[in-house]
Design a protein around this ligand. Sequence first.
Ligand code: NAG
Ligand code: NAG
Length: 405
Amino acid sequence: MNIREWTMRSSTGAIPGVFLSFNVVVFVVYLLAFSSTEHAELPPAGHLKPLGWHRVAEPGVDTVDVVPEPGVFFEDYVRKGRPLLMKGAARNMKTFRLWNDEYLRTQFGDLEVEVEEGKKENRSRGLWTMRLDEFVEEYQQGDIYMVASVPTEMADEVELLRCLLCGGFTERLQDAVIWFSSGNTKSVLHFDAVDNINCVMDGQKEFFLVDKNEKNSVFMDHPDGSFSSVDVDHVDMYEYPGLGQVPWYNVTMQPGDCFFIPYRWFHQVRSAAGRSLAINIWFVHLLRFNYNDCMAKGQLPEFEPLGQFQLTSDLEQLRGEIANFIDELEESVLKIQDLPKLADEFEIMDQESLKMFTILDRDKNNQVDLDEVYSCNMKDIETQAPGLVRMYNSGENSENDHDEL
Ligand SMILES: *[C@@H]1O[C@H](CO)[C@@H](O)[C@H](O)[C@H]1NC(C)=O
Ligand SMILES: *[C@@H]1O[C@H](CO)[C@@H](O)[C@H](O)[C@H]1NC(C)=O
């Protein structure tokens, strides 16, 4: 009942007086109730709307039609932490040209792949494995999402882009994952502690992307700190006020596009309705580029198969994270007084962080620089600070098993 309806009805005289006064009372009560709550003003922009409705997106991210050489990719994007959309970069990949349902079913049907319950990501729901041919049979009907590390048998058909083929990237590959569904998937808002290139083979994806420097606005309220519990379809701006102002980028990907998401940038990913297939590669954030390696390799092909490379060990990933941590300290040096920060960052006890510091500090000058991190024998850290390595591995695994694109 609203005021217009009430006026109209009363002017016709067709409504009994008692009913009219009931309407007036309800209207007055409604006004009083409304003006007495703290939400009396208009709710904040984007309240209870999907992520990205709070303000217009920033102008787009850098976009290229030609995949950069590794040296340029490193200097301009990886080192600076700048996202890059590479249009059409995957169009000649085998996975783009060949991987339709029929091909996957006949070539790889008997492989066991990991599948998640629910196309809207919920990290407390189930994961299981099923045969790929069964998945192909069911995915158009079911609320299921294949999120599977590339099985060895498929690794020769998955290809790495030229921008990763020299300089040190291929020694730091952390994981490659296939994302396959009937579309309308939604990830949680999260970040990855590694660099990421995601290529869409079929369907469209849309990224809500936020600079890593906005960490105070996009605070990750899940206890392990890796993602936000915000409902990505109905953002409660009273609960997450930082999201009400935060600048963001709207990146849309078409089939054949690849997107570089720098490490620690926040993102939430949606796929459009319809068959959706993407493959992403995570690689440990590189701080130093090996130009000699690129000289030695000379002219690079457009792609090389993932199967030619080994994934890096957990210990190497840990080295990468320690290096990133030190790189962000003043003068890129870890001093004795930084130890509490170190313990905090890696969730270790002070004793263990001291042990680690002692191992890393080879020249015993009470500070650790990046050279020392890169020349350290990580096995020594594993034997002398086992709690650290254990902590790191358990955190990493629980995070990576679920990261969604
Ligand atoms: C992002 O951009 C795409 C393509 O221009 C558009 O369809 C979509 O509505 C935009 N998303 C938001 C949340 O503004
Ligand atoms: C996630 O799943 C759990 C268990 O099924 C459920 O209790 C919870 O409400 C779900 N969360 C969201 C945001 O849907």
